[in-house]
Design a protein around this ligand. Structure first.
Ligand code: UDP
Ligand code: MG
Length: 316
């Protein structure tokens, strides 16, 4: 019998968690001859998420959980989930029911009967999202697809079902700075995209502020493209050319009109511009350097504090 593991990262999701469990159970019943395993990742929640997970795991033997020692972020949660999943197929989904569980049926069918390695989802609308966020999101996708060899699909969600082979491939990427949207694309494999309209969260609030998303997008660019590093060289050449032209213009002007000592405002502007560009380029190098620094430390991606097994042992 085939087994599907559902990897579900949760951070302060006491409201959404019971609803999720209930909804998914309804769908699971419709599967024939498939075992299920729930693998919840409690990402250092400060509310009752862990208590709910403990209860669920006692009531339902299919429920497993990993509780982190602190908040490590969703990417770390996904990694922990994939690493500890025991299923032949692994699905990754959010707990807020923004990823419609009924799609699992279709996804499983596509993988088993049509030979896909992975069925992923993308939302075609961004209803209920601030327009400015949508604007920057689409800008980000345009940009990163230009400068990265890995394909990034606009509106792609993390919700997907994968074969064991693809999960193992993802796990060979042990980098500390994880950008899953890129990693999923980078490993390749035959992926089918299912589209659906954006759905609002059932309960709770999103953990992503605009600022957090902005920083996340920069992480994505740094992780999957080195083009920004060439910006310094391109700008350098450009500025040399401009300076060269200006020197010629000034020499000719001086020869024709003499040498009046005006022009310091333009000089100040140029100094500001050039030093601005220099700092900008230095900042880009700094971004890559900081990521390299973090990678070389080889810190663990997450730290486990409790799982359903250690909890049971403690009780006895
Ligand atoms: N999440 C997490 N750790 C975090 C932030 C979020 O595990 O630090 C989980 C969260 O519980 C949810 C999923 O990641 O299951 C997606 O989060 P959210 O719904 O806030 O993001 P959005 O859907 O708005 O992009
Ligand atoms: Mg959500």
């Amino acid at each position: 019998m085939n087994k599907i593991t559902l990897v579900v990262p949760c951070y302060n999701e006491e409201e959404a968690l019971p609803l999720f469990y209930q909804e998914v159970n309804k769908i699971i019943k419709q599967f024939e001859k498939v075992d299920f395993e729930f693998l919840f990742i409690d990402d250092g929640s400060k509310d009752k998420t862990l208590e709910i997970l403990r209860e669920l795991s006692i009531k339902d033997k299919r429920v497993r959980y990993i509780s982190f020692s602190r908040n490590f972020g969703k990417e770390a949660g996904l990694y922990a989930g994939l690493l500890n999943a025991t299923g032949d197929y692994v699905a990754v989904m959010d707990v807020d029911l923004q990823d419609p569980p009924h799609l699992l049926l279709e996804m499983y069918d596509l993988i088993v009967n049509e030979g896909y390695d992975c069925v992923a989802t993308r939302r075609v609308t961004r209803v209920g999202e601030p327009p400015i966020r949508s604007f920057f999101a689409s800008l980000f996708y345009k940009l990163i697809n230009k400068i990265s060899k890995t394909e990034f699909v606009d509106g792609a969600r993390d919700f997907r079902l994968m074969t064991r082979q693809m999960v193992d491939a993802i796990l060979t990427l042990t980098e500390y700075n994880r950008f899953s949207k890129g990693i999923f694309g980078w490993v390749g494999f035959k992926t089918k995209w299912i589209e659906y309209e954006n759905i609002k969260r059932v309960a709770g609030t999103t953990k992503w502020s605009f600022w957090k998303l902005f920083i996340y997008s920069i992480e994505g660019i740094v992780a999957f493209s080195t083009i920004p590093l060439s910006i310094a060289s391109i700008m350098g050449i450009l500025f040399c050319l401009v300076a060269f032209l200006m020197i010629i213009v000034i020499i000719i002007k001086t020869l024709i009109f003499g040498d009046p000592t005006s022009g310091w405002p333009s000089l100040v502007c140029i100094i500001f511009l050039v030093s601005g560009v220099q700092l900008f380029c230095l900042g880009i190098i700094g971004q890559y350097l900081s990521k390299t620094y973090l990678e070389t430390k080889k810190r663990p991606i997450y730290i486990t504090k409790e799982t359903e097994k250690t909890y049971e042992k403690k009780k006895h």
